[in-house]
Ligand binder design. Structure first.
Ligand SMILES: Cc1ncc(COP(=O)(O)OP(=O)(O)O)c(N)n1
Ligand SMILES: Cc1nc(C(=O)O)sc1CCOP(=O)(O)O
Ligand SMILES: [Mg+2]
Length: 204
């Protein structure tokens, strides 16, 4: 994949939103996000048909603005929505299985420590999501923050592998993540909770 697509990677589900998710994503794409992940998960999230209906609307916005659209975890949903990519974690479906099923989609994999990295099938995935870099209140089962050191360690081991930092990243600390060697930053609350999404995306 082209690593520049990871530069400002926005992740969102309706459970992250205090107002209409369609409005939030529209403002974010207009402000210059480079990728979007639909992560409808956790307390307050939609299920079943309501999840699919929202996913279709968000997918359409990304299509209109030529932004790659990813689905988190849910392979069936990714298929139904015609997603460009899928993000899976260490506790989700095996990345090789996802690759076998979706040879043409962009596949992202989470890595939080050296053991996970060593055991990761890098040949089956297109980018790594590394974190949580900083403490996050958004994901209740997030691991202990690993700091920007984790980003620089991965970058040292894999100089050219597409890499995005995630977890507690905001407009004031995103530069640290970039300086450590990431190709980009993946954020939820830095955009969903921003008073001015245009300014937030610009600063990231
Ligand atoms: C870009 C990106 N990186 C990491 C994650 C986290 O994935 P995972 O560890 O599977 O946790 P959940 O998001 O499924 O709760 C991600 N979603 N995106
Ligand atoms: C979805 C997710 N994954 C993480 C990981 O470490 O893998 S942290 C996280 C939540 C990111 O939300 P915020 O930008 O609001 O901190
Ligand atoms: Mg997951």
């Amino acid at each position: 994949m082209e690593a520049h697509l990871l530069r400002k990677y926005f992740i969102m589900g309706s459970q992250n939103c205090d107002r209409d998710p369609i409005e939030i994503l529209t403002e974010a794409v207009q402000a210059g996000i480079t990728a979007f992940q639909f992560r409808e998960k956790g307390p307050g999230s939609l299920a079943g048909l309501r999840k699919v209906v929202l996913g279709r609307q968000l997918r359409e916005i990304c299509y209109e603005y030529s932004i790659p659209f990813f689905v988190n975890d849910d392979l069936e949903l990714a298929k139904v929505l015609g997603a460009d990519g899928i993000h899976v974690g260490q506790d989700d479906r095996f990345a090789e299985e996802v690759r076998a099923r979706f040879p043409d989609k962009i596949i992202g994999l989470s890595v939080s420590n050296s053991l996970e990295l060593e055991n990761s099938p890098l040949s089956a995935v297109d980018y790594l999501g590394a974190g949580p870099v900083f403490a996050t209140g958004t994901k209740s089962d997030a691991k202990t923050p690993v700091g920007t050191k984790w980003i620089s360690q991965i970058r040292k081991q894999h100089p050219n592998f597409p890499l995005v930092g995630i977890g507690g990243i905001n407009t004031t600390n995103s530069n640290e993540v970039m300086e450590a060697g990431a190709d980009g930053v993946a954020v939820i609350s830095a955009i969903t909770k921003a008073k001015d999404i245009q300014a937030a995306v610009r600063s990231l």
